[in-house]
Design a protein around this ligand. Structure first.
Ligand code: ADP
Ligand code: ZN
Ligand code: ZN
Length: 753
């Protein structure tokens, strides 16, 4: 494929994400554009009947006309502020489209997280343009003439020579007109300097290099030998929390940087950015930057520019950091690789692990996955010989793993304890408070809604637009978390009139309240979706807790990941099995991971740690293996189940979601599509493609849109890709009959529908 030169036609993909226009359109290239067009360029093109100008990306330049040239439209112009796509990213986008099912434009937008250029921040300064003696004389003249503003500015400049423009117009109260006048007379100069926005706000680069211990050193040496030999492998670094994985990453990056290359470090959630960033900054200083959705457009654009021009060499962030346009990438690290947030929730629903593999291959980089509880997928790859395993077996500080106690909540209830806290947990909280040590309480809220139900007849308050229960909020409102629908709390059951219609009291807010009641002197911080809405909320709460401004930190998943609090000696897990009841083949894995990670939080620096797991299913294998921190045991039992049931990683699963406003329409559509798919599956009998459904989704309706599901299972991922292609073409053919149905694909889904 040619990328530049004298071509007459360009194949352009238009910036509209709809299946109907999900192909390239050919345009003529007018003479004045022949030299400036290139593959990946963002252009304005006339589109549709009205020839409205819309944007698009040039995919290909050619001299072969695809249709009648006399009817072919011309590209209007290059988009001046447009960010172009490098051909590397077009390749990755095409792979995203093929492997995950989305339109090409949606795939391109994924690999191009910053879509338009943003002007650099301009820093203006005012300088003295004459020597000091002349200035002094002039200043006296101004004073005599009562030109106070001019005198004030000159006096100040004689002192300091350079002043920020904002200070001159602000604090010194000199008008822009006065400034202009003085510039014209040559007394002063105004200079403008463009600077990049830098979201990293640390000042201390200690540069201190920790000496790796023997285990860490062996891993590093082995990596280095491979790298020197030009072997860019995939490694899984398995080590309990606190075993020093991050130190190993840092050494690897240091080495890769010394080879003149760059590094990407993926972390699962914004909550983690602060502490990770701080550690990397302390070691590497200003070459470290971050990328995440909470940055402004300008900040994001500038980080990519800094990466392109070599100012930044290490990019840290969640999924989108993968698409950093480094000139010579050398290593990609995915920390906490088992995390669900590495799977995108919007189309294309890609997994960062897979895309990182593509990018690593494309750029000849090493890929390192790290976790205390590796995903079944990754460990399976190790078993299959596709990935090398490194293990850190002990915690760095030789601090012991915490003691874990499993409390049976059914027994508590039988013995008359109706509190959220078991007797054992309450006792241990009190001990910590007395000893001035810190406590973390974790509520596993996944798959759980604080729903309101009638204790007499069982009626559940539901959203009228979605198939989900409403959640009880303290402000007296019932809220739908899917569509935002809101109504007042009810006093009587709408079904039977009973007054025993109550919220299920077990959210983080309720726990905070219960703590206040039971431990009135304890200082409490809460971290959940409600308390972390603003950009700096995570940092604020985390540093307050680190600075021991509170005794107890209550929170959701966010609090169990990665953080290193020295004074925490007790971790309470309030309802361990809430995530087990989720209808999801990953429920046990998620529960095991969460509990193991949570348990790893306690007792990290010499002080002995305790973990209390409260549960209704104390004998469940996920809970038992987590109690013993036995990853291998869990893996063996879980993989056996996945193999038996034909679930990932042994087999692959494609979830197809059909949506429409009219229930009959989406049902008929799903039936017809399923028939087509089943027929195809039958014709490939030797492939054993399993088609399940169609059926109403678990949440059958969201926002008045009805949902039907079809599942397709096979050991060979490519078979699923081909079935996806078939569905796409069939959908195209069924367009006229069912115009309002939309189809979404989710390969190896991480959440239920
Ligand atoms: P992980 O990433 O596996 O959770 P960390 O890298 O955060 O583990 O290490 C846990 C703690 O031990 C950190 O405070 C870290 O600074 C410290 N640590 C790890 N390795 C070393 C080392 N070689 N020298 C000094 N301190 C270390
Ligand atoms: Zn009732
Ligand atoms: Zn709703």
């Amino acid at each position: 494929m040619e990328t530049k030169g004298t071509f007459r036609y360009a194949n352009v993909i238009v910036d509209i994400s709809h299946e109907k226009v999900d192909r390239t359109f050919q345009y003529k290239i007018k003479d004045e554009l022949t030299d400036s067009l290139y593959v990946g360029a963002k252009v304005y093109i006339p589109f549709g009947k009205g020839n409205k100008l819309i944007t698009g990306y040039v995919m290909e330049l050619t001299n072969e006309a695809e249709f009648d040239v006399s009817r072919m439209k011309e590209i209007d112009s290059l988009v001046p502020e447009g960010v172009s796509i490098e051909s590397r990213w077009i390749r990755i986008a095409a792979m995203l489209k093929r492997n995950y099912g989305s339109t090409m434009i949606a795939a391109m937008k994924t690999v191009l997280p910053v879509k338009s250029t943003v002007k650099q921040v301009e820093k203006r300064t005012v300088h003295l343009n004459i020597d000091k003696e002349t200035a002094l004389a002039l200043c006296r003249q101004f004073e005599e003439k009562h030109q106070k503003a001019k005198a004030r500015l000159l006096a100040e400049l004689i002192d300091v020579e350079i002043l920020p423009y904002a200070i001159v117009t602000g604090k010194l109260n000199v008008s822009t007109q006065t400034i202009r006048g003085m510039v014209q007379k040559g007394i002063i100069l105004v200079e403008t300097e463009s600077t990049y926005r830098n979201p990293v706000r640390f000042s201390s680069q200690t540069g201190i290099r920790k000496v790796l211990n023997e285990e860490q050193q062996q891993i590093f040496d082995s990596f280095r030998q491979d790298y020197e030999r030009g072997e860019r492998k995939k490694y899984l670094l398995h080590g309990v929390t606190g075993s020093g994985k991050t130190e190993v990453y840092i050494e690897m990056i240091d080495y890769v940087l010394s080879q003149g290359k760059e590094a990407i470090v993926l972390i699962p959630e914004i909550a983690l950015t602060y502490q990770t960033l701080k550690r990397f900054y302390e070691r590497f200083g200003d070459v470290v930057s971050v990328m995440n959705s909470k940055l402004s457009q300008g900040e994001r654009y500038d980080q990519f520019e800094r990466a392109k021009n070599g100012e930044v060499k290490i990019m840290i962030g969640p999924r989108s950091a993968l698409f950093t346009p480094f000139p010579d990438l050398g290593i990609i690290i995915i920390d906490e690789e088992h995390e669900g947030s590495y799977k995108s929730e919007t189309m294309p629903k890609f997994h960062a692990r897979t895309v990182a593999e593509w990018i690593a291959k494309d750029t000849n980089s090493t890929l390192v996955l790290g976790s205390a509880t590796p995903s079944l997928e990754s460990f399976y790859e190790v078993e299959q010989g596709n990935m090398e395993l490194f293990r850190l077996k002990s915690r760095y500080a030789k601090s012991n793993l915490p003691d874990v106690e499993v409390v049976d909540l059914r027994q508590e209830l039988r013995e008359g304890n109706r509190s959220i806290f078991s007797r054992s947990l309450a006792e241990k909280i009190q001990e910590r408070l007395n000893r001035k040590e810190q406590i973390m309480l974790f509520l596993n809220r996944r798959g759980y809604a604080g729903f309101v139900s009638c204790r007499s007849c069982g009626f559940v308050m539901k959203c009228p637009h979605c198939d989900v229960s409403l959640t009880d909020h303290r402000n007296g409102k019932l809220i739908c978390h899917y569509c935002g629908y809101e109504r007042n709390q009810v006093n009587l059951c709408p079904e039977c009139g009973s007054k025993y219609i109550l919220g299920f009291k077990a959210g983080t807010q309720q726990i905070e309240e219960a703590l206040h009641k039971q431990f009135p002197t304890a200082k409490i911080l809460r971290m959940d979706a409600d308390t972390t809405k603003k950009k700096d909320d995570y940092e604020r709460i985390l540093s307050a807790f680190t600075n021991e401004e509170a005794d107890i930190l209550v929170g959701t998943q966010m609090i169990v990941k990665g953080h290193d609090f020295k004074k925490v000696t007790l971790m309470g897990i309030l309802a361990a099995d809430l995530s087990l009841s989720a209808n999801d083949y990953r429920a046990a894995e998620k529960t095991f991971q969460l509990l193991t990670q949570a348990a790893g939080r306690a007792g990290r620096s010499g002080l002995p740690g305790d973990v209390v797991i409260q549960t209704y299913q104390p004998d469940h294998y996920a809970i038992q293996y987590a109690k013993n921190q036995d990853y291998d045991g869990f893996y063996q039992e879980e993989i056996a189940y996945r193999k038996l049931a034909g679930y990932p990683p042994k087999a692959h699963l494609l979830a197809v979601l059909f949506q429409a406003k009219r229930e009959e329409e989406v049902k008929a559509y799903a039936e017809e599509m399923a028939m087509r798919v089943k027929k195809e599956a039958l014709s490939r009998r030797e492939q054993h493609i399993l088609v399940i459904g169609p059926a109403k989704a678990t949440i059958g309706k969201i926002n008045d849109v009805y949902r039907q599901m079809l599942y397709i299972k096979n050991e060979d991922y490519n078979q699923l890709v081909e079935m996806k292609d078939l569905i796409e073409t069939t959908a195209w053919q069924m367009q006229t009959k069912y115009s309002t149905v939309t189809t979404f694909f989710d390969f190896d889904p991480m959440s239920g529908y």
